[in-house]
Design a protein around this ligand. Structure first.
Ligand code: M6R
Length: 609
């Protein structure tokens, strides 16, 4: 989604802002722009397309100035175009604004502003903010901003410049991410940490409707009633290297290969090799609490949703509590039955996904206990849920989530096992088996990654296919969902995931000569059943790529290609089965010549509905 960077300090702003925007490219965008205060006024340059187009325009007419805001736009209201790009300004160009989010009442505001003589030149919702700031400006830009946000409905992170206040960068957020960077030679605003990391690791995390008044020397934070807000400094613990490619051709491949470490880090913070307990001490899930809980909702979007599907299988199987796994965009509007005996677990890599955040807030409003499984420390979801389990995946830059998924699965296994232990459903012996298998997962993943060349060859063989079905049963189905999502995201090949037993109830009509079916068959108990389903599609001409465990060589009778996974307890194979799926999607995308890390139409952090 849109990216914002702002700077005020001693240095030339344009190059700092452009470099900051480049660090936010992963969020997804289709146009970009910059506004610089050059003491005589505010100069805006903006253009459709990639940041290099903007750089080209800036090199043609450089604007001197040490105060500026910049933006990458991911189109929501109006097509990607120069006019619709940000920054937007008032008619006299004395105020400029960049925005991330959606102003839900913009049509109503636009009509009102038009009646007062304001003219609009873009199709965006953001332009109303520029004109509202103009309407409310009576010599103090902070007052104008307060007056403006009182009229706005929806979500916003805003960066504002005012010609007549040449030392100030003003910012506010509601339901869209924004951080303040505290630098030595100036201060920053940004949508995400990588944009400022080259300059500072000290941040303020703004809460909803807190306003930051930023100058070169000072940062003042106030609330909407102009009361001073004291903020603690948030220290970033990772460095820029973690958010760079480190010699890999793509972030996605780097992140796939980081998984043995990510899995180990996430696991070891909670489960020590010699320990006979999982450490979730600060997450309040003791027996008394759990005995009251009669239902669990697990809510998320996209890849994180595919983790909650795994979670449903695990918790119901291990802890015998009914679980509803649900996509957040549905959950938030369907009036789900929630009360104080409900536990709601939300999962999010970014911790900023608008639908997941709304689902969390709904759950809290109804008195549910909430737990977040989140990757980004200090993100809004992490701050708002009752208890937090941080996955230790580090910054994930590729739009297609890989290492965050594996870390979330580890968290899911730990939480499920912990709940089952608290409820007395897991014996010491079972726990030992569970612990030992989990502690081996990192090495198991390393072993699978050694097969990368074989997986690349398989990807080459099937890269021209136009329809793919991913099928499996039980946990294998949950994994199949993620394989299918990854493939469509970065190869643009149409794919569907189905419960293997469901195929014959309709979808099998689509199987014909050379349709690719990826069959996940790692569950010993369901292996024969899935084999039968693979035979059914084989008989109708499908090509079959099977993912199974070592020892199940009989699958070669039906499959055209087989990827074997190292042996582990069946319940953990879902973590392993996904690794080849990620590599298949990655290599197919590379071989097809796509932009792997920045697939079309997608954004890394979906901060609007
Ligand atoms: O940051 P979140 O985990 O909340 O994001 C949820 C989805 O938007 C995300 O998983 C998306 O589906 C990814 N592109 C998947 O690769």
């Amino acid at each position: 989604m849109c990216g914002i960077v702002g700077y005020v300090g001693k240095k030339q702003a344009d190059s700092i802002l452009i470099e900051g925007l480049k660090k936010l490219e992963y969020r997804g965008y289709d146009s970009s722009g910059i506004a610089i205060h050059n003491l005589s006024g505010i100069k805006i340059i903006k253009t459709n397309g990639r940041i290099k187009n903007l750089e080209q325009r800036i090199s043609e007419k450089r604007i001197e100035g040490c105060l500026g805001i910049a933006h990458t736009r991911w189109a929501t209201h109006g097509k990607p175009s120069d006019e619709n790009s940000h920054p937007h300004s008032n008619k006299s160009s004395t105020i400029a604004v960049v925005h991330n989010g959606i102003i839900e009442n913009y049509m109503e505001l636009k009509e009102k502003l038009k009646e007062q003589g304001y003219e609009f030149i873009s199709e965006t919702d953001t332009e109303v903010v520029a004109h509202l700031l103009d309407l409310h400006y009576k010599g103090n830009i902070v007052d104008a901003l307060i007056g403006t946000i009182k009229e706005l409905k929806g979500s916003y992170a805003l960066g504002v410049l005012c010609k007549d206040e040449p030392d100030k960068l003003i910012s506010v957020r509601k339901d869209s991410p924004l951080i303040i960077g505290i630098g030595k030679e100036g201060n920053f605003i940004a949508s995400d940490i990588p944009a400022v990391l080259e300059h500072t690791k000290d941040l303020y995390l703004l809460s909803d409707n807190e306003i930051a008044i930023i100058t070169e020397q000072n940062i003042e934070i106030i609330d909407i009633n102009k009361n001073k807000v004291d903020k603690e400094i948030f220290k970033v613990t990772w460095d820029l290297v973690s958010a760079e490619k480190a010699g890999y051709e793509h972030f996605m491949l780097k992140e796939i290969e980081e998984q043995p470490k990510v899995v180990k880090d996430t696991l070891y913070q909670r489960l020590k090799p010699d320990s006979n307990k999982i450490n979730l001490d600060e997450i309040n899930l003791d027996k008394e609490v759990l005995d009251k809980i009669n239902k669990i909702y697990m809510v998320a979007c996209g890849t994180a949703y595919n983790v909650v599907v795994v979670g449903k299988y695990l918790i119901e199987r291990l802890a015998r509590i009914p679980v509803v796994a649900e996509v957040a965009s549905e959950f938030r509007y369907r009036d789900p039955i929630i009360d104080s005996d409900t536990l709601v677990i939300v999962i999010s890599q970014s911790g900023e996904t608008a639908d997941t955040l709304a689902a969390l807030r709904l759950a809290k409003e109804h008195g549910a206990r909430t737990i977040g499984i989140v990757n980004v420390v200090g993100s809004t979801i992490a701050r708002e849920c009752d208890d937090i389990f941080y996955t230790l995946a580090g910054p994930e830059i590729a739009v297609a989530s890989t290492k965050a998924y594996s870390a979330q699965l580890i968290a899911m296994y730990l939480v499920s096992c912990y709940i089952a232990m608290q409820k007395g459903y897991i014996s010491d012996e079972e726990f030992t088996m569970f612990r030992n298998s989990l502690l081996n997962i990192s090495d198991n993943i390393k072993q699978i990654l050694k097969d990368e060349n074989k997986i690349k060859e398989i990807s080459n063989k099937y890269k021209e296919c136009s329809n793919v079905f991913y099928i499996g049963r039980g946990l294998d189905y949950a994994v199949a969902k993620e394989g299918s999502l990854k493939l469509k995201e970065i190869t643009y090949i149409h794919s569907e995931a189905y419960e293997a037993g469901e195929l014959k109830h309709g979808p099998i009509a689509l199987i014909h000569d050379n349709t690719l079916v990826v069959g996940i068959a790692t569950d010993e108990n369901l292996f024969e059943k899935t084999m039968n389903n693979l035979k059914e599609v084989k008989a109708r001409g499908a090509k079959i790529l099977a993912i199974t465990i070592l020892g199940k060589e009989e699958i070669m009778d039906v499959a055209d290609d087989v990827i074997y996974l190292p042996k582990t307890e069946w319940i953990f194979t879902s973590i392993l089965a996904n690794i080849p799926q990620q590599l298949i999607a990655y290599y197919m995308s590379v071989l097809l010549g796509h932009d792997v890390d920045k697939p079309r139409n997608l954004a890394k952090s979906v901060t609007v509905e």
